[in-house]
Design a protein around this ligand. Sequence first.
Ligand SMILES: [Zn+2]
Length: 140
Amino acid sequence: MSCNSGQSSGEKKVGGCHGVPSKCHCGKDVVFYTSNTQANPGRPFFRCPNRGDDHLFKWVEEGVYEEVVDALPKFSIIGREIEDLKERIEELKEDGMLIKRDTKKWKLMSSLCLVCLTFSVIAIVILLLKTKNPKFVLGY
Ligand SMILES: [Zn+2]
């Protein structure tokens, strides 16, 4: 994220940057440092390598906090999308169960039809063999 210059009140913070910065308004990549001052020992911050008063300075926790605040609405949207997908999965499971049940039904019906057809063919063959006209059996 590139930042514009501007002095904030209170802390020595420069830049109208929102979120975690990557560049200063001057175009330089920001550098990550850790404070060793008595007021802020061990506190991490971003700073432009040019280090001027009009160049970027930002505490890391401020940038991270802004990123989290920006991301919260996205989490809400993602949460709703996950709920929608869960509902869709349940619907597909129900559809799958119906298809499975219908498939079993059709397999049973086709087996019954095959048995009926087999008996019919056997009956026809027996009847034809009992007739006195063998030409008809051979298809002439
Ligand atoms: Zn700069």
